[in-house]
Design a protein around this ligand. Structure first.
Ligand code: BJ8
Length: 429
């Protein structure tokens, strides 16, 4: 994207390939302008998000470097199972790592089979092509052993990260044994963070971390709820962007700005103002997470005349649901409270995973959705396998469902558009 300051010395220091990085920023800047800035009637509060995005590889990375110079550590993650609360307690900054665009796919395929999902290929591509300043800035990268794709990919990815890597074990059932696996993983994570940062995780520090992240999630819950209004006060694209930025931005500043945006949306709702007319078909998205800058499908949906009113996704309500109870006398007790909350995340890696369907039904009802689009990345077995069950459950409620499998390329845009337009027509009845 475009920055006013010259960050090239910092990018060089981080070992980026400046030519490829320039090419990436120019494509992203163009896409952002076309998709976001062309929208009409955006809330004024989105200007903060526009600013953050314009500086996503600039000022935010500079802040990470300044933080490191002041003694903080930077921890990168690919999954919402990595608890930011522990990172904050260890004087760290937690960042989501780039995994939402096609870049360096050919290079990635030297390490991965062709039939690997686009998200995994993306983080290999960004790292191998040296265009991700975040991964270069990280003192520790956490690879959580979730789906088979990620689990096996981390075996070789760990040798590509510039600093330390931690493979975090994950359960695959919601059993007492599964809960114990997660608890042990968080204890090990806490120990590793203390070792790298040289700072003890105390009860007070962990409680403060929990309160910071709870406040961020509360603001995101508030936003999710305001989208239920008819007419919708904000586009699905802008709301998705808020969720995407939540993985990068300073949590306190972000929370403050999301709450200001929500104040504005409340004003819109009171005045009966919507971002689109009241009779615009309302769509719930459900499925794989959409990491920044994966905007392809929501852009197609909204330019086809519908509005996205919720995401049952890890970059959305699956990722933010529930808060952590901050009550506890010891660090171990607070880690147990973290486990209580994180163990409720209904990722498709769990078998069985019934609460995901129920959550999708609940959001669809609350958001007054007229239909649901199930989105899976090609070769993502967990979400592709769950799709028919989610579809059946929602259809039992009388909700039309469109199931789409795609990737990060632009080759299928017209094909997707044709199917989405026909679905939106169906919703108009
Ligand atoms: S908690 S959804 S963020 S693992 S798309 S890499 S599942 S093959 S991303 Fe996820 Fe954590 Fe679960 Fe959420 Fe595998 Fe599928 Fe690829 Fe995926």
């Amino acid at each position: 994207m475009t920055q006013a300051t010259d960050y090239r010395p910092m990018w060089s220091e981080l070992g980026l390939d400046l030519e490829k990085h320039d090419a990436l920023l120019s494509v992203l800047g163009q896409a952002y302008g076309d998709i976001f800035m062309s929208q009409k009637n955006r809330p004024v509060g989105m200007s903060y998000l526009d600013f953050v995005m314009s500086e996503v590889h600039g000022l935010r990375v500079q802040e990470l470097m300044d933080g490191k110079a002041a003694g903080k550590i930077v921890v990168g993650a690919f999954c919402v199972f990595v608890p930011e609360e522990l990172v904050l307690a260890a004087n760290g900054i937690c960042v989501g790592l780039c995994a939402g665009a096609e870049f360096g796919a050919e290079e990635a395929e030297r390490y991965l089979p062709r039939n690997t999902c686009a998200l995994i290929k993306s983080f290999f591509g960004f790292t191998l092509e040296k265009v991700c300043p975040y991964i270069s800035a990280c003192d520790l990268v956490v690879g959580e052993n979730t789906c088979d794709g990620k689990k096996k990919a981390y075996e070789s990815f760990k040798d590509l990260v510039p600093h330390e890597f931690l493979a975090m074990d994950m359960p695959n059932t919601k059993s007492p044994e599964g809960r114990e696996v997660l608890r042990r993983a968080y204890l090990e994570f806490a120990e590793r963070l203390e070792k790298i940062s040289g700072r003890e995780i105390t009860v007070e520090r962990l409680r403060a971390g929990i309160e910071t992240v709870n406040a961020k999630r509360r603001a995101l819950h508030r936003l999710a709820k305001l989208r239920h209004a008819r007419p919708a006060p904000i586009s699905g694209l802008d709301a998705l962007l808020v969720n995407q930025v939540s993985f990068y931005d300073d949590p306190v500043r972000f929370t403050d700005n999301v709450n200001k945006l929500c104040d504005e949306l409340e004003g819109r709702i009171e005045a009966g103002e919507g971002v689109l007319p009241e009779d615009t078909p309302r769509v719930l998205l459900s499925g794989c997470p959409m990491a920044v800058p994966n905007w392809k499908l929501p852009a197609i949906i909204e330019s086809s005349g519908a509005v996205v009113v919720g995401e049952e996704s890890c970059v959305g309500e699956r990722g933010t649901q529930n808060l952590v109870d901050a009550e506890g006398e010891t660090v171990e007790e607070l880690i147990d409270r973290l486990v209580d909350r994180y163990f409720t995340i209904d990722c498709a890696i769990f078998t069985p995973n019934p609460t995901r369907c129920e959550h999708a039904r609940q959001i669809a009802g609350d958001a007054q959705a007229d239909g649901m689009i199930h989105y899976a990345l090609q070769f993502c077995t967990p979400y592709q396998m769950e799709a028919p069950a989610v579809e059946r459950r929602l259809e039992e409620d009388g909700l039309p469902v469109l199931r789409l499998d795609t990737d990060y390329s632009h080759e299928d845009v017209e094909q997707l558009r044709t199917r989405v337009e026909a679905f939106v027509e169906q919703l108009r009845g």
